[in-house]
Design a protein around this ligand. Structure first.
Ligand code: UDP
Length: 329
């Protein structure tokens, strides 16, 4: 009998890649999504497969799944600053109430659950690179608080279910990840820069561009999550690529990659935008025997080819000029 896995956020960027991976591994996959930020196009190719079904459901409402479940991956959540600024209350609810429902379901089904946490729980970090022992530097009331605090609650309630009920839980702290199926208009830096290059617009760097990020290609991320789920390790594990770059240097890389003749223009830095971010992945190396394999130049080429393959209409629709959202107090 195939193992049965529920993946919430299945139509999203990471969720859809996870569906692919578990289908490939021979699992029976139930993909769940409310389609607020997810897109059915990401999983269209799975419809009609006999080991895949889709459930259009919002996990902040009671979740019912008929039959047995062996695993749950809870990946439903807006995950870009623009999205959670637009839908702050849903973001809080899916991280809190949605996680609570998923944990209750896991308990009911005696399933192992992995939750998608984030480097955002470290906030604007005072420790560099960030290891799992660091408690973070988060503003609970700032614009990012709705995401950061929901994810921190998510980790707390997951550990409580683990300690109190003995539930098998796993916590992935996911750092910036990119690749095909990112939404062109989600406001994240990679779709933003590539979209601007493809539309012939200038690249908007926020602040002085000296803030850093470390970008992990999606295939590496999925491999890390897969290994973590199958491990026996209940504490949080950072999954990300430690190769760090400033946003300004990254914009220059994208100018080279795309061959655009546009220039860099500077905009205000969004409130609470972390100044530096780099995962310490010693724990993942040791426990999962995992580290990223895809270099930024290889991964960005694949990602650029994906965005280039999108239609002109999609590109036009993705125009994103509302930077004001970022700077609301
Ligand atoms: N960023 C930028 N220009 C953009 C979009 C983002 O300079 O058009 C910056 C943003 O301020 C941040 C970094 O790129 O410092 C990464 O932003 P993203 O939204 O991708 O992710 P996060 O801030 O959650 O790491």
């Amino acid at each position: 009998m195939a193992k049965r896995i529920l993946i919430t956020g299945a139509a999203g960027f990471l969720g859809s890649h996870l569906c692919d991976r578990f289908i490939k591994e021979g699992y029976y996959v139930i993909g769940m999504d409310n389609l607020i930020t997810g897109n059915l196009k990401n999983i269209e190719h799975l419809f009609g497969k006999e080991n895949f079904e889709f459930s259009h459901h919002d996990v902040t409402k009671f979740i019912h799944v008929p039959g047995t479940l062996d695993y749950i991956l809870h990946f439903a959540s807006p995950a870009s600053p623009i999205d959670y600024l637009k839908i702050p209350i849903q973001t809080l609810k899916v991280g809190s109430v949605g996680t609570w429902h998923c944990l209750g379901l896991a308990l009911e089904k005696n399933a192992r659950i992995l939750i998608a946490s984030t480097s955002e729980i470290y906030g604007d970090p005072l420790v560099h690179p960030q290891n799992e022992e660091y408690y973070g530097n988060v503003s609970s009331i700032g614009p990012r608080g709705v995401y950061d605090e929901a994810k921190r609650f998510m980790e707390s309630i997951t550990m409580a279910y683990h300690r109190f009920h003995g539930l098998q839980t796993r916590i992935a702290r996911i750092f910036n990840t990119y690749g095909p199926r990112m939404r062109l208009n989600d406001g994240r830096v990679i779709p933003a820069f590539i979209g601007q290059a493809l539309r012939g617009e200038d690249l908007t760097v926020f602040g002085d561009g000296l803030q850093t990020r470390s970008f992990c290609f999606v295939d590496d991320q999925i491999e890390g999550i897969y290994r973590l789920l199958l491990s026996d390790y209940p504490e949080p594990v950072n999954i990300g690529n430690p190769e760090e770059i400033t946003i300004k240097d990254f914009a220059e890389e994208i100018i080279k990659l795309t061959g655009t003749h546009q220039k860099i223009v500077y905009r205000d830095l969004p409130k609470d935008d972390p100044l530096q971010r780099q995962p310490d992945i010693s724990r993942a190396r040791e426990i999962l025997n995992w580290e990223p394999k895809v270099s930024r130049s290889q991964g960005m080429k694949i990602t650029y080819d994906y965005f280039k393959s999108l239609s002109k209409e999609e590109l036009k629709k993705s125009e994103h000029k509302d930077f004001s959202l970022h700077n609301k107090k």
